[in-house]
Write a protein that binds this ligand. Sequence first.
Ligand code: PLP
Length: 419
Amino acid sequence: MSTKKVPLTREHIEEIIKTYPTPFYLYDEKGIRERARAFKSAFDWVPGGFKNYYAVKALPNPYILKILKEEGMGADCSSLPELILSDRAGITGEEIMFTSNDTPLEEFRKAKELGAIINLDDITHLPFLETIGLPDLLSFRYNPGPLKEGNDIIGKPEEAKYGLTREQLSEGFRQARDRGVKRFGLHTMVASNELNVNYFIETVELLLATAADLHRELGIDFDFINFGGGIGIPYRPEQKEVDFGALSRGMKELYGKYVTAGGLKDPRIFFESGRAVTGPFGYLITRVIHKKDTYKTYWGTDSCMADLMRPGMYGAYHHVTAFGKEDRAPAGTCDITGSLCENCDKFAVDRPMPELEIGDILAIHDSGAHGRAMGFNYNAKLRAGEILLREDGSAVQIRRRETMEDYFATLDMSGLDSF
Ligand SMILES: *Cc1c(COP(=O)(O)O)cnc(C)c1O
């Protein structure tokens, strides 16, 4: 029995498929909006104000960004096209956070031109950025190194390429202050897909204590403190989602202890969450086209890991629901496969499923972040399009599926015959 729900019936999805053939990504607008509101309202106590800068890389679609902007979010970008996408979606100026690393100068130039907040990943980026002029507001990314344990997915902070050491942080803010920067931000991100709320609360303590120390040391105040992304989602039915309320209560206590008691002017509080905002509200919709019985039973779909690489790449669990069979008990286990010439191209391995049939429509859950965005063209596979399920139940295409022309677009075939 499936404990994860799909937001529409088999009849409804069949109706959508008449216009948009499988495979495609389906995003549930209602779910996304409700999640965004819950996130925001959990932090409405923050005196300086609260904002989540949605990590554009998780679902880089301007229609989704426009919805998130309406719900009060900004955009967290780390490349030139992401900056342009955000600006085009109406997320402008300081509603854009540029948290990049190993950054080319043209990208800093574009971020400056857009008035985005620049968050530097290294102390050497300060003189690098100064060649085009330092902005009024500048942030640094802190890597706490051995002070923080790290989580399974992002690894140990000491081994992560991101951020400045504690000593570099003091030096960076000092230099920035002396070179005329007026407003300061402090950032860290030491988790990925983390479900333990205490891990985040520990990070909050570490960063707020660091801000208070820097304030004492350099006499600077912080315009904002940015806790990055990494809030996990329960991919497995038995897992529990991160409780925004518990995170907020934990933060509130520490805020009094470090910010208020430390004499800091009320900073704004930011996150850069991507996965937790849209992840649970996206589904890869695919049809079963083959059944194969060899040493195991394989159900072959019309999609593959070029559309969704997480299961094949990381062995990540994604729940699968067969439309119309939501309440049926498992009839045994099977593998659910794609068509790549790679044996890891399986959406599920040894998965208990109800009795399937050719023609069944499957929803691969929790694909609304780091799903379509991580797609690729290996085996000359054409990536799926994206459909938005509106709150009134209608479906609109927000990205068409790739065509053969798209695949050939980077090849100049005209020179081939005379080559
Ligand atoms: C990937 C990333 C995020 C978003 O991570 P989620 O796991 O989607 O919340 C935020 N900030 C930075 C700098 C990132 O690299």
